[in-house]
Write a protein that binds this ligand. Structure first.
Ligand code: ZN
Length: 178
């Protein structure tokens, strides 16, 4: 398993490359659309419409992709800060997480979902503005086990785990060692 530092670096590089490619595609398609309108040929209405609608659709798709990639970019930028704060907030409230970043809860929910999709937060999902980590919840249902808090060497999150068992970080999945 790749460690989180590597994963984060790779995800940031992939995001940057995709954004550049999508900007080029979108700008070219927008120019082709404008060109199609400017050179509209009344002798060939069907052909002209195919050019305008075809490139217009690609430009529109490009814009929606760019919006998603920019959300992903902001999520990646805040990743370390999000994990540090979430690991110190047992209810894992995303509305509380939004405040220090000056963001709306909706935006933070989008960011966290983007990070889950990228595999940077593992075995998790968002429910009612809270980050739910199912494995952790399972541990909490077994009261006879002794728990220890360990700091992840990869992402710095504190994870509470049953003592004496080999475990992985609840955020990034890296193995935890003493
Ligand atoms: Zn970790």
């Amino acid at each position: 398993m790749k460690n989180t530092g590597t994963k984060l670096t790779l995800a940031k590089a992939a995001n940057k490359t995709r954004l550049i490619i999508m900007w080029i595609i979108t700008i070219c398609s927008a120019l082709m659309t404008i060109g199609g309108v400017a050179t509209f040929n009344t002798q060939n209405i069907f052909g002209s419409l195919v050019v305008i609608l075809g490139f217009g659709a690609i430009a529109f798709f490009g814009i929606t992709k760019i919006i998603k990639l920019r959300t992903q970019k902001a999520a990646l930028k805040n990743y370390t800060g999000y994990i540090a704060r979430l690991s110190n907030d047992p209810p894992k409230s995303l509305s509380r997480l939004a405040t220090p970043f000056n963001l709306s809860t909706d935006t933070v929910v989008k960011h966290i979902n983007a990070l889950i999709k990228l595999g940077l937060i593992q075995n998790a999902y968002v429910e009612n503005d809270r980050l739910i980590l199912p494995e952790r919840n399972l541990y909490e249902k077994a009261p006879e086990t002794v728990y220890v808090t360990m700091k992840c060497a990869c992402c710095g999150a504190n994870t509470t785990v049953p003592e004496g068992k080999s475990n992985t970080c609840e955020y990034c999945g890296s193995p935890l060692t003493k």
